[in-house]
Ligand binder design. Structure first.
Ligand code: UD1
Length: 417
């Protein structure tokens, strides 16, 4: 059990270099098995989810190692196409190995994925996309088997721009004969990062970042090097922590476009935002005001992953903010814990009303999920007295050395393992 100890009330101040993106790393790790390949990935965060993906790669017969933020993969030795339940259940993103395995081996056998308990999280869109490319899918309880004799290009219409389904379809399409066109694709920066990697390994892919992605043939390369993009949700979390504590933080090495909606709302709440090339500074005087309504949406809308941390930043803002969560049905799990700090939040279905309070008081909390746990840290930094968060490893799934990162900015926080 991880235990976060936070003594709140310190302004965050200083420069922070934002870690590499977890959600960009994971599909690229899966993509490394598409063809026999040796690849180096730089700026990969050291996280439990990344480690889980590396263990899946090793289970499949690849060499996969991480030293600091460098990852080396040799997938020329790939020898398996099934992933056992105990590896699948560690994280939801393991499901994108399905598209990559189908493309490389013509078959994949895995069980339903794990990950944060944010709601139903079905994978029907993933399976439908693979089916359209010729895969035969059998579901037996929690086990899924996919098999294909000839993977072919297809026109795929996603009725919702699912990030994972878009990635799975892109990966499978790399092994298909003929062109695949994905309509209604997710437009997240992580999809563009995946496209860049696929191009590096020889795939003809275009359109990532728009609603239509085209995947043509593949001229396989045997070596690839890629740098992972910075993590826009970690950047959002540090920005929200700066806002909540009346701090002044400069985030370096990030692309502000990737979290512009978060910066927009922090600005609306009263923070000064100065946007330079590859750096953003957030300055708050600690007296935030409510920001009306925030609605989570697929990119380029306001990200659901930043919703809990923005909520945490607004707990002491003057007035009432309404947050509407449209992506996941169970994404207010942090609310009962935040209330224990003195927050005034009312939830009804997918809507939460946050009425700002004058002060929050530290207490003992339990992290509910990855971003919910991060929200508790942000709130704890803004609370008076000590906050202790018991965390069954949620936050470290997505934040690398977060205690050190915040301590370098002046926070009084330490993580007991
Ligand atoms: C990814 C991110 C996650 C983020 C989410 C939404 C990674 C590793 N994870 O998750 O951090 O919160 O995008 O931005 O990149 N859906 C279906 N059927 C499907 C697939 C999805 O109905 O087959 C629904 C989901 O239930 C959910 C919505 O689509 O309501 C969005 O899910 P999706 O975009 O697929 O999220 P993930 O890829 O799982």
């Amino acid at each position: 059990m991880d235990i976060w100890h936070i003594r709140g009330g310190q302004r965050l101040e200083g420069i922070s270099f934002v870690q590499g993106s977890k959600n960009a790393s994971l599909p690229i790790l899966a993509a490394s098995i598409l063809i026999p390949l040796r690849c180096e990935l730089h700026n990969v965060p050291k996280l439990r989810d990344v480690d889980a993906a590396l263990r899946i790669l090793r289970h499949l017969g690849c060499r996969a190692e991480q030293w600091g933020n460098e990852v080396y993969i040799d997938s020329t030795t790939l020898s398996g196409s099934s992933i056992p339940h105990q590896l699948m259940e560690e994280m939801r993103s393991s499901v994108i190995f399905m598209g990559a395995l189908i493309a490389r081996c013509g078959e994949a056998r895995l069980s339903l994925p794990g990950g944060c308990q944010l709601g139903r999280r079905p994978i029907d869109l993933h399976l439908d996309a693979l089916h359209r490319m010729g895969a035969e899918i059998e579901e037996d309880g929690a086990e899924i088997s996919c098999r294909v004799s000839k993977l072919h290009g297809a026109d795929i219409l996603l009725r919702y721009p699912s990030v994972g389904a878009t990635e799975n379809a892109m990966l499978a399409a790399c092994g298909g004969k003929g062109e695949t066109v994905i309509h209604g694709a997710a437009r997240e920066p992580e999809i563009e990062a995946l496209q860049e990697f696929l191009r590096t390994i020889g795939a003809e892919v275009s359109g990532a970042g728009s609603e239509t992605i085209r995947i043509g043939g593949m001229r396989p390369q045997d070596h690839a090097v890629q740098r992972i993009i910075p993590d826009r949700i970690v950047a959002s979390t540090i920005a929200c922590a700066a806002a909540a504590t009346g701090g002044h933080v400069e985030l370096r090495g990030i692309d502000s476009k990737h979290f512009s909606t978060v910066l927009h709302f922090l600005n609306k709440a009263g923070c000064d935002i100065i946007n330079n090339n590859r750096s953003v500074s957030i300055r708050s005087d600690g007296r935030l005001r409510a920001i009306g309504e925030v609605v989570t949406e697929p990119y380029p809308g306001f990200p659901t992953d930043a919703q809990p941390v923005l909520m945490a930043a607004l707990l002491r803002a003057q007035g009432k903010t309404v947050i509407r969560e449209t992506i996941f049905e169970n994404r207010f799990r942090q609310v009962p814990e935040l209330r224990r700090l003195g927050a005034d939040i009312r939830c009804s279905g997918r809507t939460a009303e946050i009425q700002g309070v004058d002060f929050l008081h530290g207490t003992a909390l339990t992290a509910t999920d990855l971003r919910g746990g991060a929200a508790m840290i942000v709130a704890g930094l803004a609370a008076e007295g000590e906050t202790v968060i018991c965390d069954a490893g949620h936050v470290t799934r997505g934040y690398e050395s977060f205690d050190l990162c915040l301590r370098a900015l002046g926070a009084d926080i330490y993580l007991e393992y």
